[in-house]
Design a protein around this ligand. Structure first.
Ligand code: F6R
Length: 245
């Protein structure tokens, strides 16, 4: 695992955006695994700027998102489809037919099977973007006694519901379950980049980069099984997580 410590969150976003741009230039029809949440928003802004500046062409890029809330339609402003359109897809020259965000409504088993099929279609993602939950979750694979390999429906923990309440009018409106890629889906990507910022992530990041232990109580630690993972954090978070370098 490679850990990149930057001077600022903005620099972290620059580093990750650069990785995406380089990949897309090298492989214009690459397959990207994308994430939502607050963390990648400024990184997506940089991709939009690069696209507008003619530095990167999304016309042949394919994407699959990690997860989607259950119980809200794609038209809901907090759905992850809406998020992706608003924060990236509507502002770059991507063909929306080449983008996939799971369906959170209707037959849950069928929706999970459809996500699993998209993960596999056309082979592994060339680059998978991840954020990390305060409890170490990646996608919506929540900390607990066991993890699930394939795409599935996950009940969100109190910690995750509380953390995501900031995006909704009230805590009661936060969906309590989500459809998510499983651990094997994430680990199947050829390369993984995880971004994190802010002190709330310090414990989760300590578990990820602090030692060699793997535990389902911090799902991100399973990334230690993958040969090509890059973790990008700013120095404040690195310090809070006890990173020695
Ligand atoms: C989002 C996702 C989640 C988030 C995590 C961190 O698609 O898969 O695992 O990456 O909850 O969220 P933020 O970035 O809002 O702190």
């Amino acid at each position: 695992m490679q850990v990149i410590v930057t001077k600022s969150y903005d620099e972290s976003c620059q580093v990750v955006a650069q990785m995406f741009c380089e990949l897309i230039r090298q492989k214009p029809d690459c397959k990207l695994g994308l994430a939502t949440g607050g963390t990648p928003v400024p990184m997506y802004k940089k991709l939009i700027e690069a696209n507008k500046a003619g530095e990167v062409d999304f016309s042949r890029v394919r994407t699959v998102n990690l997860d989607e809330y259950c119980g809200i339609p794609a038209t809901h402003p907090q759905s992850y489809r809406y998020f992706m359109d608003e924060n990236l897809f509507d502002h770059v020259n991507i063909d929306k037919a080449n983008t996939y965000v799971a369906n959170g409504l209707g037959d849950a088993a069928a929706n999970a099977a459809a996500l699993e099929q998209k993960v596999r279609e056309g082979g592994a993602a060339d680059l998978q973007l991840l954020g990390i939950g305060n409890n170490g979750h990646i996608a919506f694979n929540e900390a607990g006694d066991a993890l699930v390999a394939e795409a599935h429906i996950e009940q969100l923990t109190e910690s995750t519901i509380n953390a995501n309440a900031r995006f909704f009018a009230s805590r009661e409106e936060v969906p309590t379950s989500a459809i998510t890629m499983g651990m094997a889906d994430i680990l199947a990507a050829k390369k993984i980049v995880l971004m994190a910022n802010g002190p709330a992530k310090a414990d989760a990041i300590r578990g990820l980069i602090g030692d060699g232990r793997i535990t389902t109580q911090n799902p991100s630690t399973l990334l230690k099984l993958h040969p090509d993972v890059v973790v990008v954090i700013e120095e404040e978070l690195a310090k809070a997580a006890g990173w020695q370098g």
